[in-house]
Design a protein around this ligand. Structure first.
Ligand code: NAP
Length: 285
């Protein structure tokens, strides 16, 4: 690995920057984008059963010159497969679609349904060596704690919405305390709040000859948060990786801290209506 990594609570090394694949529904575009990301140097690829593009991610990995063991592959279990047996089955189906014989990280995608049954299955998969680390996504600290106190393996990762407008300072402190790696999804808030042209971020970037997206990624990296930006444009894939040759000052970090609005720009995972809606989505996976 020739760019910075974080060490997970079981000693596994995870790249601090990766490539996201949410909403890349066209499988050819997905394969092409993941290939470009690997060629650019990204060594972490994030997908999910619910993205319905695991086949394309697998093909890009298969056709890449980068050895499998140098790539950190994450996928996620969707709500419809919560529970012990269904998690084991869903894991095998994901591996088949990815055409891999092990995963680097398997996450519970949403904190709903029988997550304890899922977690026990994931602990078994971990024990069997089929996955190098297991974790969760979209879990608030109380849900992480519930999993910790009732099980053996502490989640290695919690992947949660984290960007300049929703900075998750309390979550970060909690996760740090329990040695759970904080991973950001939606580092650019999917473009909300005009983030790509944001005055504060662009003027910080101007000092270093960098763009707003590069400033955001640098800000996450300097907080020891793993980021997985998504793009289907080669020049942006390159831009988003070009963040290891500058450092934000503590003054810049404080300025960005002031952008925090303290709440999701999408929805709350504690909103009963969203719990219902997300739990009703069934994919053909
Ligand atoms: P994001 O990375 O915050 O934003 C992606 C958007 O930014 C796309 O519209 C992309 O457009 C644009 N973009 C990327 N780089 C750019 C650049 N340099 N300049 C201008 N525009 C740029 O959003 P996200 O995809 O939702 O989040 C990242 C990853 O996190 C996902 O892909 C997925 O792997 C993961 N995720 C996980 C969850 C979860 O529940 N666990 C939820 C959401 C996301 P183009 O593609 O057109 O370039």
């Amino acid at each position: 690995m020739d760019y910075p990594i974080v060490e997970l609570n079981n000693g596994v090394e995870m790249p601090i920057l990766g490539f996201g694949t949410y909403q890349i529904d066209d499988l050819d575009v997905c394969e092409q984008s993941v290939s470009e990301a690997l060629d650019t140097g990204y060594r972490l690829i994030d997908t999910a059963a619910a993205y319905q593009n695991e086949e394309a991610v697998g093909s890009a990995i298969e056709n890449s010159d980068v050895p499998r063991e140098d790539i950190f592959v994450t996928t996620k279990l969707w709500v419809q497969d919560a529970g012990y047996e269904s998690t084991k089955n869903a894991f095998e189906r994901s591996l088949d679609r990815l055409e891999l014989d092990y995963l680097d990280l398997y996450l519970i995608h949403q904190p709903y349904g029988d997550v304890h049954g899922s977690w026990q299955a994931m602990e078994d998969l971990y024990e069997e060596g089929k996955v190098r680390a297991i974790g969760v996504s979209n879990f608030h600290p109380d849900r992480v704690m519930d999993l910790i106190v009732h099980n053996d393996v502490v989640p290695a990762v919690n992947q949660i919405e984290t960007h300049p407008f929703y900075q998750r300072v309390d979550d970060a402190e909690f996760l740090d305390q329990y040695d759970v790696q904080h991973q950001s999804w939606g580092p650019f808030a999917e473009g909300k709040n005009d983030i790509f042209e944001h005055d504060v971020l662009t003027s910080i970037g101007d000092q270093y000859g960098k763009t707003a997206t590069q400033v955001v990624l640098r800000w996450l990296i300097q907080r020891d948060i793993v980021a997985i930006p998504k793009s289907v444009h080669e020049e942006r894939i390159t831009e988003n990786f070009d963040v290891f040759d500058f450092e934000l000052s503590s003054e810049d970090m404080e300025t960005i801290a002031e952008l925090n609005e303290g709440e999701s720009l999408f929805f709350s995972h504690r909103d009963p209506e969203m719990v219902k809606q997300l739990s009703e989505i069934e994919y053909d996976i």
